[in-house]
Design a protein around this ligand. Structure first.
Ligand SMILES: C[S@@+](CC[C@H](N)C(=O)[O-])C[C@H]1O[C@@H](n2cnc3c(N)ncnc32)[C@H](O)[C@@H]1O
Length: 230
């Protein structure tokens, strides 16, 4: 079932006040893992799409400049308060903007980050195209989120049931890894399983054209699913 931006805004208007309590903890390790990758280098300009309530913002190193965007004004309002509270001088700006229609010029950022966002956006292909466009050639795109379990089991069936409530939940419980890889069109350089319970995966892409063929991808995918660098 497809969501639209109005449904996303509705869902996150409902979640905003309780978001940090409900989703702060379960996504914390994924966020920390991505920021650890980004923080390996300084002097970067970083775009965080779907920045939400800005839970990640205090964790970026101070010599990187961070720009955040989100479609939910209520989530952004909390992010703005967090920036003020922690006096985060490295947060350049926060914008109410659709990740599928970014207003930044091509190649504006060294690194682009999307944490727990891709299963939420109504137009993942449009979003991926924008992430590629605003990331400098050779820059990095980090994506972390939940993907549908591929083999039948309790979680697989629960995700199928939940997928009928995407509009209300505000995300697609049946979001598929292969779906993202098919639209990425950039080089997948690493994939890691992220706790808790191996629910999440972190994907690192280098912003150069992907050369993967379907057969080539299958073997990389198996290696990557173990958490190895590929
Ligand atoms: C599950 S929350 C994740 C928030 C944050 N990244 C985190 O780690 O807690 C998903 C966020 O993506 C935002 N979002 C959904 N679709 C979007 C879009 N097309 N453009 C920008 N933000 C979007 C939602 O408003 C929400 O704040």
């Amino acid at each position: 079932m497809l969501m639209d931006i109005a449904a996303v805004r509705d869902a996150y208007r409902r979640y905003a006040k309780v978001y940090d309590i409900v989703f702060g903890g379960v996504f914390a390790l994924g966020r920390r893992r991505v920021i650890r990758e980004v923080n390996r280098r300084g002097g970067l300009r970083v775009l965080e799409v779907g920045v939400g309530t800005g839970l990640s913002l205090p964790a970026y190193r101070s010599d990187n400049r961070i720009v955040g965007i989100d479609v939910s004004p209520e989530m952004l309002e909390i992010a703005e308060r967090r920036v003020a509270k922690h006096a985060l001088g490295n947060v350049e700006s926060l914008h109410n903007m659709d990740a599928a229609a970014l207003t930044f010029p091509d190649g504006s950022f060294d690194v682009v980050v999307a944490m727990f966002v891709m299963p939420v956006v109504p137009d993942p292909e449009g979003v991926m195209a924008e992430l590629r466009r605003v990331c400098k050639p050779g820059g990095y795109i980090y994506i972390v989120n939940h993907f549908q379990q591929e083999t039948p089991g309790l979680r697989y069936h629960a995700e199928r049931v939940l997928s009928h409530f995407s509009n209300w939940l505000g995300w697609h419980a049946d979001y598929k890894l292969k779906g993202l890889l098919d639209i990425a069109k950039v080089e997948l350089t690493a994939m890691h399983v992220v706790p808790p319970f191996g629910w999440f995966r972190l994907l690192e892409f280098r912003n150069v054209r992907s050369t993967r063929s379907d057969e080539g991808w299958e073997s990389s995918g198996e290696a990557a699913a173990t958490g190895a660098q590929i």
